[in-house]
Design a protein around this ligand. Sequence first.
Ligand code: 4NP
Length: 164
Amino acid sequence: MSVKVLFVCLGNICRSPTAHGVFESLVNERGLQELIAVDSAGTGDWHLGAGPDKRALAAAKNRGYDLSALRARQVIVNDFDTYDFIMAMDNNNLDDLRAMSPARFSGELALFLHYTLDLSLLGDAPKEVPDPYYGSGDGFEHVLDLVEDASKGLLEHILKQHRL
Ligand code: 4NP
């Protein structure tokens, strides 16, 4: 039995593909790819089928993550039957996901940054991965800092929960 993790943002071209690539590479590094499956999706439908934003691709590549094969898709209700962990990047994503979550959903729907290990990365900011789409390029580095740390936290949690 494998654990399935879905990362969700608005467009599925910046934050959630970054989380997808970073978390998947951590899973692969630990040799856990048979046990943990990873995907990402967006609540919106503007970018269906598109690859990640070129700024997200470049920032990730610079840290050794290859996001080039990822393609945007929209979250579907069926995802709540498939995934054990649905990780929202911000509170808007979380609200949208809660609104579509069927009563039978038995997994965990939460803010991804709930799993932040180094709280100094957040300061007084909420536990959200800020949307870098309309900002300057720095936003993508900050996304990576937050995502790398929370990925470690989430993986530790899954390993503990499943006694792996
Ligand atoms: P993401 O960023 O949710 O991190 O993929 C965005 C990408 C596109 C748009 C908004 C946010 N957009 O409005 O097109």
